[in-house]
Design a protein around this ligand. Structure first.
Ligand SMILES: [Mg+2]
Length: 229
């Protein structure tokens, strides 16, 4: 029985692929890093921790480690004004309403800053349908070097006494799928976000969808099957 859906934020509930690539390219330019990415190229390279992705692009590791804060700030200076203009991914509100009606908990677990997510979920009308937002504090740049949202989710579930098999994680990158495998959650990959479909498939998601509304029959079937047993 699925009791909780943990959604990733960027690229999953928030349609910020294009603005992110624009901000990345402006950021590269500002740092005099001679790279320019198309959306397709970005989808082939992007990953968390951000450090891995920048190094794969050829950025200098010691500069990155020394100037992590400045690299992050340069990106945010370009990303933040664009963030305010982003819409939700197709079917986002629809599926959140559907979950609320069925008393299935919906939360966000993200590497992004919690304050930003709160502001955007309010602006976009998603806020009333969410039970919790797990994100990082404004001045924490740990996502540049490590993956940590999995641990936040694990702690949250333990406090709520929700078992791994009662959880579905949904994300647009392999990070969420890998977390699903590692902790024993169900996992759904959403295409059209920050990684290519090919990369998502390599991570072997249990389900792969092209629109968030397609989560509804998946959850309904899992819960019908568990009611039979
Ligand atoms: Mg994402």
């Amino acid at each position: 029985m699925i009791k909780l859906i943990a959604f990733d934020w960027n690229g999953t509930l928030l349609a910020d692929l294009r603005p992110t690539v624009t901000a990345e390219n402006r950021c590269f330019q500002k740092l005099k890093f001679n790279r320019r990415l198309s959306i397709r190229q970005y989808q082939e390279f992007y990953e968390i921790p951000i450090r891995n992705y920048w190094l794969k692009l050829g950025f200098d590791a010691s500069y990155f480690d020394k100037h992590t804060k400045q690299v992050h700030q340069a990106f945010m200076d370009f990303y933040e004004p664009l963030e305010k203009t982003c819409r939700t991914r197709g079917g986002a509100k629809d599926v959140l309403k559907w979950l609320k009606k069925r008393r299935i908990s919906a939360i966000i677990f993200s590497n992004h800053m919690k304050n930003h997510i709160v502001r955007q979920t309010r602006r976009l009308g998603l806020w009333p349908y969410l039970d919790e937002i797990l994100g990082r504090p404004d001045h924490d740049h740990s996502h540049m070097h490590v993956q940590n949202k999995a641990l936040q989710l694990k702690t949250y579930l333990r406090n709520k006494r929700i078992k791994p098999r009662e959880v579905m994680v949904v994300g647009d990158t392999d990070e969420e799928i890998i977390i699903g495998h590692k902790y024993g959650y169900h996992a759904t990959a959403l295409t059209g976000g920050h990684q290519s479909q090919k990369r998502l498939k390599v991570a072997r998601p249990e389900f792969l969808i092209h629109n968030l509304k397609n989560l509804k029959p998946i959850i309904a079937k899992l819960n019908a099957d568990s009611a039979k047993n």
